[in-house]
Design a protein around this ligand. Structure first.
Ligand code: ADP
Length: 159
């Protein structure tokens, strides 16, 4: 059984994340989309809300499972019997931090490989941060996120 973890904040999940999930699930028997608690990042959506939105969007896909994790990613990977971590690479600007993290994770746990997947070009400019900014300013985000996420953003910023 080849299992991979796709970790992130998913605050909220975007079409870019979905693209990465679709690619990853073709390469692995099971992909665990793992939501980090990330208290220090002050997320817009609570952990429960982020898990809920993922459940509504990728939750029904055959070989995809949703989980949450706290603490070290590599420890979670070992505990889940996963030998790969999936990360998305959008642009060179993602690279430096991702490279550092991948090498550190390898130092911590040599049996877990980090695999980078590139999304469709049209998603390379897409980030949860920008989507939140657009929604906050009243813009239309329906092209960038699944519809349950667009409604959730609408509710957050209403009034
Ligand atoms: P984190 O806090 O871990 O950066 P994110 O939810 O922002 O969490 O991202 C999770 C992963 O998804 C990261 O590897 C990020 O590079 C990737 N990702 C985010 N947006 C996109 C996108 N539009 N296309 C491809 N990968 C993406």
């Amino acid at each position: 059984m080849k299992r991979a973890i796709y970790p992130g904040s998913f605050d909220p999940v975007t079409n870019g994340h979905l693209d990465v999930v679709e690619r990853a699930r073709k390469l692995f028997d099971e992909v665990i989309v793992a939501v980090a608690h990330n208290d220090e990042k002050q997320p817009l959506f609570s952990l429960k809300e982020r898990l809920n939105l993922l459940q509504q969007t990728v939750g029904k896909i055959d070989n995809v499972r949703i989980a949450q994790f706290d603490g070290l990613l590599v420890e979670f990977a070992v505990q889940q019997k996963a030998n790969a971590v999936i990360r998305g690479l959008r642009a060179v600007s993602d690279f430096e931090f991702e490279f550092q993290m991948a090498l550190m994770n390898r130092k911590l746990e040599g049996n877990v490989e980090t695999i980078f997947l590139m999304p469709k070009e049209e998603y390379t400019y897409l980030s949860s941060r920008l989507v939140k900014e657009i929604a906050r300013l009243g813009g239309d985000v329906s092209k960038f996120v699944p519809s349950p996420v667009a409604s959730a953003l609408g509710k957050k910023f209403k009034g």
